[in-house]
Design a protein around this ligand. Structure first.
Ligand SMILES: [Zn+2]
Length: 277
């Protein structure tokens, strides 16, 4: 994705490439990027930098990866990208990048918690208008709050985390669009029961976040893009288990329906550049 100085998406291309921590992977990414740059008609010299969103935790230098339970993204990933990509590179945790994109769209946002409901569950929070990272750069990891004691096994090694209950893969392995199209009309009780359970887990996770943070909760990621028809039901369920709230208007849907990770990672460069003007 290419973003201009106004934060507007000017070109977009999706390529699927299986991640491998190998020279050949990083080389292929760089080649695809160069093809994309040329086909989009963007001058090499006009590029401020490249932002990369990854499902891993990254330190504030936007280079050092220190935790990745999902893919084999490890320390040295930045250097591997840097070897082949001839631009200034920054790397971001996927949820943090998405949250940054939301903040970009909603400039007045002061306090908010973003839940990334994609093939894994991530989170990020904005406090006093800034992304809050915590003492160890792992704040807002809502995917690993215990939702069901001794429950389903999580990829992190623990059991009962939010992730194995709210990951998009609970709904569909690779066709969420088809899943939600079917859900709108289906009478299949198995599918409806599973969705009902998913919504209950979601309401519990939202309520936990709300009780702790007392701020807006934004539902994003792959699933967040399809939740509009179900928002009233989600609010109803969250309100039912809330201790303090008299309405659930604090629950919002993401503004970026697609590609929020790429947008957030790219917008970092724009944001930094604007500060220098
Ligand atoms: Zn976990």
């Amino acid at each position: 994705m290419a973003v201009d100085l106004n934060g507007k998406i000017i070109a977009f291309q999706r390529n699927r490439l299986v991640f491998e921590y190998k020279d050949s992977y990083f080389k292929s990414v760089a080649e695809l990027l160069e093809e994309f740059r040329i086909s989009s008609g963007i001058d090499h010299d006009k590029i401020l930098g490249v932002g990369i969103g990854i499902p891993a935790l990254v330190k504030s230098d936007n280079r050092t990866v220190f935790y990745s339970g999902i893919m084999d993204v490890r320390e040295g990933t930045y250097e591997m990208f840097h070897k082949y990509i001839p631009f200034d590179i920054v790397m971001f945790n996927d949820a943090k990048a998405s949250c940054f994109a939301e903040k970009w769209v909603n400039k007045s946002m002061q306090n908010a918690f973003y839940i990334l409901l994609s093939n894994n569950v991530g989170g990020a929070m904005i406090i006093n208008g800034q992304v809050y990272s915590g003492n160890n750069f792992r704040a807002a990891e809502v995917g690993h709050i215990t939702l069901v004691p001794l429950g389903r096994r999580c990829y992190c090694g623990q059991c009962g985390c939010v992730d194995p209950y709210l990951a998009a893969t609970n709904l569909s392995q690779d066709d969420l669009e088809g899943y939600f199209a079917n859900l709108a009309t289906t009478t299949d009780e198995k599918i409806l029961d599973a969705w009902d359970q998913y919504l209950s887990y979601m309401a519990s996770a939202i309520n936990n976040v709300r009780a702790l943070m007392d701020c807006d909760v934004i539902l994003g990621g792959y699933v967040g893009a399809y939740l509009e028809p179900y928002l009233a039901e989600i609010k109803k369920r969250a309100l039912k288990i809330s201790t303090f709230d008299s309405n659930a208007d604090y629950i919002k849907l993401c503004s970026y329906k697609n590609e929020s990770i790429a947008a957030g990672a790219a917008l970092h460069h724009i944001s930094e550049f604007i500060k220098t003007i």
